[in-house]
Design a protein around this ligand. Structure first.
Ligand SMILES: C[S@@+](CC[C@H](N)C(=O)[O-])C[C@H]1O[C@@H](n2cnc3c(N)ncnc32)[C@H](O)[C@@H]1O
Length: 261
């Protein structure tokens, strides 16, 4: 199964968009922030990266586009999102229309390993909770370097393998089984990114913050519109419960890091 299959059948965009109420544009977080820690975690990474107004950002694995909209609305970025799952790109584009930021965000379908962009296209590459689906990390970080202008930045927020990863319990939000999960340990991540040509600026263990959020986050109440459960299906609560348990048992950790080209 590819990452795209795991994340949604052909009808997912139609179902989600049909149940979307434009009046709820300011309450999209239960739907469009598809990573541990929600928008607050993304703001921490933006602060670490020193994200400034007017930068051209590539949001790699943009999902439903919440991160792209946050970077555009709160940090003044101009964001292009790319994602392997075409239905997610359709939802992301439509949510940006609802949220009135479709001039500063745009989304296209494509593979992180073969980006449809010229060399030196972006000031910053953003990627949160995507690399766990990508086996060839060396190719990934080289491809990201190619599309980044000299002096540009790579900001990443990933789940990584903890010391007890061998006993990881599935399903987790990025994979139903081991075939679709490509976790590496934090020190391996550091090595493969720098060997691809990036220069490390920050490397931060985000595990405690992730674990705290997972312990305290509860399914959203009082939201009439669609949530991530509508996107990922009835197994989603079990994926989140397993994620919480896997972090608590030292099978998973989380990292936020910033690298320069
Ligand atoms: C857990 S979601 C995270 C979405 C978004 N980054 C966020 O934080 O809200 C992972 C996303 O990565 C995308 N993805 C997986 N493999 C990919 C690849 N090779 N190229 C581009 N996107 C990919 C999936 O389609 C999915 O939308």
């Amino acid at each position: 199964m590819s990452g795209g299959d795991h994340y949604g059948g052909a009808d997912v965009a139609d179902r989600v968009l049909a149940s979307l109420d434009p009046a709820q544009a300011d309450r999209l977080a239960a739907l469009d922030q598809f990573h541990v820690g929600g928008a607050a975690a993304s703001r921490r990474l933006a602060d670490r990266a020193g994200l400034r107004e007017g930068l051209a950002v590539l949001d790699l694995g943009s999902g439903l586009g919440g991160l792209a909209r946050l970077l555009a609305a709160a940090f003044g970025a101009d964001v292009t999102g790319i994602d392997l799952t075409p239905g997610f790109c359709r939802i992301a584009q439509q949510l940006s229309v609802h949220a009135e930021c479709n001039e500063t965000t745009r989304f296209c379908a494509g593979d992180a390993l073969a980006l449809p962009f010229a060399d030196n296209s972006f000031d910053a590459i953003w990627t949160e909770h995507v690399a766990m689906n990508i086996g060839d990390r060396d190719a990934l970080y080289r491809e990201l370097l190619r599309v980044t202008r000299p002096g540009g930045v790579l900001a990443l927020y990933d789940v990584v393998a903890g010391p007890n990863v061998a006993s990881l319990v599935y399903p987790v939000p990025w994979a139903s089984d081991p075939a679709n999960s490509h976790l590496i340990a934090a020190n391996e991540l550091r090595r493969v990114v720098t060997e691809a040509g990036w220069v490390e600026r920050h490397f931060h263990d985000e595990s405690a913050a992730a674990q705290n959020w997972l312990e305290s986050a509860r399914p959203p109440k009082g939201i009439d519109g669609p949530t991530l459960r509508d996107v990922m299906g009835p197994d989603f609560p079990r994926m989140i419960a397993n994620l919480r348990e896997n972090f608590a048992a030292g099978r998973l950790e989380a990292v936020q890091a910033v690298f320069d080209k």
